[in-house]
Design a protein. Structure first.
Length: 244
C-alpha cells in the first residue's frame, strides 16, 4: 500500500493528491454494508462479515428441499427450483433488494449471483443447464431504472455453470399497472404481465434456468414459463435471489 505510488510511477505529490481525494470520497461517501448500512471495514466489500453470517440462506438446493418447486405444482412443469435467501419484511434481504432495485446499487446483483452460482455449480441438478434467462423488464422500466436488477445475478450464475446468458428471448410487452390501476382492475390479477418469445430457435432442446429477484406467488415466473414452452422441447428450472 505504501509503495502504490511507486508501482504506478506517481510522484509523491500526485500520490498525496490521490490519497486526499480518496479520503474525501470516503468521508462523504463512506462504504456501507448494503444489508445493515453500517460502515464497512477496509477488508469488507458490499456486505459486512456479520451480515454474511446472519443473512437467512435457505440451503434449499443443498438439502434437496422442494419448497420453491412446490409453488409450481399443478401450474407449470419445472425441473428444479431454488432461492438463495428467505425474504422477511424489514429484514436484511429486504434492505439488500431494495438497494438493488430502487437505490441504484446494481453491483448487489452479481454479488448474489456469485454466491448462488458457487453453490449450484457443484450440484448434479444444475450441471446440464444450457442457458440462463432473466425475467425481463418492460423497456420503459428498463429505461427508468437503467438496468435489469437480475442481469448481474444471471450472468454470474451463467459463468459458474458454463451456460450462456440470453436476454433476447423473453420480452415483456406491457408495463405492470400502477398500484391504483391494480386496485381498479383487481379482477385482472396478473393478466397485465404479458411476455413474448423471440428467437425461439436459440432455446430449442435446451435446459433453461430462469432467474428472478423475489418469488412470491410465482405468477410472473409461471407466465414466463408458459411463453418459453412455445419453443420446441425446452426444460425449465428456476433460481431466485429470495423467496417471500
Ligand atoms: Zn452488514
Amino acid at each position: 500500500m505504501i509503495n502504490t505510488y511507486f508501482l504506478f510511477k506517481f510522484t509523491e505529490s500526485q500520490f498525496n493528491r490521490i490519497f486526499m481525494f480518496k479520503s474525501l470520497v470516503n468521508l462523504f461517501f463512506p462504504k456501507v454494508c448494503y444489508a445493515c448500512l453500517n460502515h464497512l471495514n477496509d477488508n469488507e466489500e458490499m456486505v459486512c462479515v456479520s451480515c454474511r453470517h446472519d443473512l437467512p440462506i435457505t440451503n434449499f438446493h443443498l438439502n434437496d428441499d422442494d419448497t420453491v418447486l412446490k409453488v409450481f405444482y399443478g401450474r407449470a412443469k419445472v425441473e428444479n427450483a431454488t432461492a438463495l435467501f428467505r425474504f422477511e419484511k424489514k429484514g436484511l434481504v429486504q434492505q439488500l433488494i431494495h438497494g438493488l432495485k430502487y437505490k441504484g446499487y446494481e453491483n448487489i446483483s452479481p454479488f448474489l449471483g456469485d454466491w448462488l452460482g458457487g453453490e449450484l455449480k457443484s450440484l448434479e441438478d444444475y450441471q446440464n443447464i444450457d442457458a440462463i434467462l432473466p425475467v425481463p423488464l418492460h423497456k420503459n422500466k428498463l429505461r427508468s431504472r437503467g438496468y435489469n436488477q437480475v442481469e448481474g445475478f444471471g450472468k454470474q450464475i451463467a459463468s459458474a455453470l458454463n451456460a450462456e446468458y440470453l436476454n433476447n428471448v423473453l420480452l415483456k410487452v406491457t408495463n405492470t399497472a400502477s398500484q391504483t390501476d391494480k386496485k381498479r382492475f383487481a379482477r385482472w390479477n396478473h393478466s397485465e404481465e404479458l411476455f413474448t418469445l423471440e428467437n425461439a430457435k436459440s432455446i430449442e432442446n435446451k435446459h433453461i434456468l430462469l432467474v428472478d429477484d423475489i418469488i412470491t406467488t410465482g405468477a410472473t415466473l409461471e407466465a414466463c414459463i408458459s411463453v418459453l414452452n412455445q419453443a420446441k422441447n425446452v426444460k425449465i428450472s428456476v433460481a431466485c435471489m429470495a423467496m417471500a
